[in-house]
Design a protein around this ligand. Structure first.
Ligand code: N2P
Length: 357
């Protein structure tokens, strides 16, 4: 073969290889087509064996990514770089997303399993008639604590955490609304307060908590609390239930000044490329047995009424994690406070974190 022909042959073959490599890279980075589905969920928030089951049942390949706050999720979706087909925001963010036209209306005829959801969790103010979202998990924010490490001291209130005896004893989840909410509730303010003076007061009060705060952490809070690295944690209820299944000495309380009741729902963002597959995924997750398995693994509270009969009685009857409607009525759901106010919450939370350094 003459040199020139060989040269062109080498160029042709290597370009083909490079092109193939680029195209397979693209699919693994989340470019959904009809046979892939890109799911964006909170960390530690699904039994991954169920993803495998869904893939086997439908032939759809799932690309799974996680986030650790509503704010981080929102930024990624607004940027639009990845075509997420499913996301799992909390109520105030769902309200924000639907107002900013970032969600696709659901086709309820493709979600027959929606009938399994307890009506108590349907048609809530952040998404009337569930036009855009379907309940996934729900819960409260509260304090998980270790009575043994606290020498029997009882924790019932947010203000208990400011006790000087608790130096370096508290872990906080890394959530702006949760931590600011604790500051606000401890002062008797609503966790939807938008009065700048109150917000600043809450931030200043949080600064006073600093000596007691050992760390502000993500999902590792579960491991740290179970291993008794700290005696108190500000957590979501489901994390508390996970921690308590690892270490039976711990307990969970929703403080008496009040706290947050939250709902995480599945949505189809405007970025979706596989809307059909997204409906299949939502409907699959709403199957009672699938939900029971997922709930057992994740440890959070399910809104799926039909799934409860497949779950251990002691779990569904535990009012710390399945509080009655009378109890939840006393709690506040985060509202979408608008761009400027949400930015103020984030900014003050950031300042509190910097203050610690
Ligand atoms: C799961 C976090 C759940 C967040 N790791 C509660 N909204």
């Amino acid at each position: 073969m003459n040199h020139l022909v060989r040269f062109f042959l080498i160029i042709a073959v290597s370009s083909a290889i490079i092109l193939y490599a680029i195209s397979s890279l693209n699919t693994s980075q989340g470019y959904s087509g009809t046979n892939t589905l890109t799911v964006y969920n909170w960390g530690d928030y699904i039994d991954e064996s169920l993803i495998k089951k869904f893939e086997k049942q439908t032939g759809i390949k799932v690309i799974y990514e996680t986030f650790d706050s509503n704010e981080a999720m929102m930024t990624k979706i607004e940027q639009g770089g990845t075509s997420y087909d499913i996301a799992v925001p909390s109520e105030y963010m769902i309200d924000k997303m639907r107002q900013e036209d970032l969600l696709i209306p659901l086709d309820h005829s493709k979600l027959p399993n929606l009938k399994n959801i307890d009506p108590r969790f349907m048609d809530l103010p952040f998404d009337p008639e569930n036009k855009y979202s379907v309940p996934y998990f729900w819960g409260t924010v509260g304090i998980v604590y270790n009575p043994k490490m606290l020498h029997g001291k009882k924790i019932t209130s947010w203000n208990d955490l400011w006790d000087p005896d608790l130096k370096n004893q508290i872990l906080l989840i890394d959530g702006a609304r949760e931590v600011m909410g604790m500051g606000l509730n401890s002062l008797g303010y609503s966790l939807n307060d938008t009065n700048k003076k109150h917000l600043l007061e809450a931030k200043n009060k949080l600064d006073l908590l600093t000596p007691n705060v050992k760390a502000i952490v993500g999902d590792e809070i579960k491991m740290l609390m179970a291993n008794e690295e700290a005696s108190i944690g500000l957590v979501w209820s489901g994390d508390a239930s996970e921690i308590m299944s690892e270490n039976e000495d711990l307990d969970y309380v929703v403080p008496k000044e009040g706290s947050n009741l939250w709902f995480d729902n599945m949505v189809i963002p405007k970025t979706a490329k596989n809307i059909e597959g997204a409906h299949k995924f939502i409907n699959f997750m709403l199957d009672p047995k699938v939900t029971a398995k997922n709930t057992d693994y994740v440890g959070y509270s399910t809104p799926n009424k039909a799934a409860l009969k497949y779950m251990p009685k002691e779990v569904v009857e535990d009012e710390r994690f399945y509080p009655t409607p009378e109890l939840t009525k006393k709690l506040e759901v985060y509202e979408n406070l608008g761009k400027r106010n949400l930015a103020t919450y984030n900014e003050l939370f950031l300042q509190f974190k910097m203050h610690r350094k």
